[in-house]
Design a protein around this ligand. Structure first.
Ligand code: GLN
Length: 484
């Protein structure tokens, strides 16, 4: 069955002409049609363009062109601008927005020959940890439709876990790739800040946002990241550092790898979750790694720090949605002020409004020093502590989430409880570090993730460590019932 194959396997079948991209695309489109109504993972389907793109990819193959992604279908998170295709960012505000250009991530993946099947549901403006804030309704977790898939890249994660596509793109501002990857049993990579272009990726919190990928295996993530990563003059925070060959180092032995066990990640960790992480550590020690205890005393402050910095930046970024230039406009405004107020009042959902209000407050003249400036100082302390830790260790290991997927509706009315889902993922965003989550076992029949965090630009090392783990274990091969 075509949907059971990895990107690597599909690439080989396409190269040997055993299958065509059109055939592959038809297969996934049929799966989406049959299974997406249970999941609500995709909110826009681009079947016609996909089939046309697949035919082009087949012609490129026929004329002798090669490439690991040539003819491979994918789903883009609806935060990436896609020319001529609605780009809603999960919001009523952009429900009618058709992007006039492609994001760099989309351009690069398109040039490599990928075929977009559609756009993935997501939390509104990527604000959320459960994919319940979307204007298009919640995404269901393939492992249990009563549970959330995690957020904000929940549609991307559910679609990849349900094998509606070989992979999907995502973004991670405070955990939005790693957290849904963990809760749906797949592999998610959040690269170093600046490694992948943010051009054309709708901004939430610009100093934290980073694009990445959701796949079934680390080896597949290496293939996709190879194409996504790299300098982009269109993004002023894109870093001009050469992209190493991620595939070439996947099989490097782990002997001597120093893995740091973050005390702050294990303090208070639920026992079954802790047991899974300790099992993962045992796999690593069997592979030749050594463990070192490390502590980042300010890390527990990462959630409050993020929920000052993130809203501050979002309040500024989202001021562009004013009902004038693009996006939602209220009906029959009385005057300009009414136009602004009602367009924003009707166009944004509750969580986005909460963030804008918090952000505006912490940036206001009387409170700037007490909140925003203080948060920036703590952010620096956390960054410095990570840097010091990486003088002793090569990677840090810990859980991705405090619990497995929770019930839809369980936390949506309690923002603080919802924000605490991000407790293990936010630190990497504050420090701009790369992080990866991969499946490491089950709690109550639901998948759990183990997280690896590395120093800046250590994606190759993270992918290598994850690939070695996946060679030694088979957690990443489990599939939710009904999606085999
Ligand atoms: N859950 C976090 C938030 O709501 C992170 C979201 C994200 O990474 N986009 O802000």
């Amino acid at each position: 069955m075509l949907h059971t194959l990895t990107i690597g396997e599909l690439g080989r079948s396409l190269a040997s002409r055993q299958i065509s991209s059109v055939e592959l695309t038809r297969h996934f489109l049929a799966r989406i049609e049959r299974l997406n109504p249970n999941l609500n993972a995709l909110i826009t389907l681009t079947a016609e363009q996909a089939l046309a793109g697949a035919a082009v990819a087949d012609r490129r193959r026929a004329s002798g062109e090669q490439g690991p992604l040539l003819g491979i279908p994918l789903i883009h998170k609806d935060i990436f601008c896609t020319q001529g295709v609605r780009t809603s960012c999960g919001s009523h505000m952009l429900d009618n927005f058709v992007a006039p250009y492609d994001a760099t991530v989309v351009t690069r993946l398109k040039a490599a020959g990928t075929v977009m099947l559609g756009k993935a549901n997501m939390d509104e403006f990527a604000m959320g940890s459960s994919n319940e804030t979307s204007y298009y309704g919640p995404v269901k977790n393939p492992w249990d439709p009563a549970k959330v898939p995690g957020g904000s890249s929940g549609g991307s994660a559910a679609a990849t876990a349900a094998r509606l596509a070989p992979f999907a793109t995502g973004t991670d501002t405070g955990g939005s790739i790693r957290q849904p990857a963990a809760l749906t049993g797949i592999t998610g990579v959040k690269p170093t800040y600046g490694r992948v272009s943010r051009y054309g990726m709708i901004a939430f919190a610009s100093s934290l946002d980073q694009a990445g990928v959701l796949t079934r295996t680390a080896a597949d993530a290496a293939i996709v990241l190879q194409t996504m990563a790299g300098f982009d003059p269109q993004d002023s925070t894109s870093v001009e550092v050469p992209v190493p060959d991620y595939h070439a180092t996947l099989d490097a032995p782990l002997k001597g790898l120093r893995i740091g066990m973050l005390r702050e990640f294990f303090d208070g960790l639920e026992t079954r979750n802790a047991a899974l992480i300790r099992d993962a550590i045992k796999v690593y020690t069997a592979l030749g790694a050594t463990t070192v205890d490390v502590s980042l005393p300010h890390l527990p402050l990462s959630v409050p720090t993020y929920y000052v910095v993130g809203p501050a930046e979002c309040s500024s970024n989202l001021s562009r949605y004013d009902g004038v230039r693009f996006g939602y406009r209220c009906r029959q405004p009385k005057d300009l002020s009414d136009l602004y107020k009602r367009s924003r009042g009707e166009g944004f959902g509750a969580e986005v409004k909460r963030r804008i209000m918090t952000g505006t407050y912490v940036l206001s003249a009387g409170y700037f020093d007490a909140y925003y400036l203080k948060a920036q100082k703590v952010r620096q302390l956390i960054t410095d502590e990570f840097r010091a830790a990486f003088e002793q260790v090569d990677l840090l290991i810990g859980p991705t989430t405090p619990t497995p997927a929770f019930d839809i509706g369980a936390k949506i009315d309690d923002p603080i409880t919802m924000y605490l889902n991000d407790i293990y993922t936010i630190g990497a965003n504050l420090a701009g570090l790369p992080g990866l989550s991969m499946p490491c076992g089950f709690v109550d029949g639901l998948p759990m993730g183990v997280q690896l965090i590395g120093p800046h630009f250590s994606e190759g090392r993270l992918l290598n460590a994850a690939h070695q783990y996946q060679q030694a274990t088979d957690w990443h091969r489990h599939v939710a019932r009904g999606y085999e």
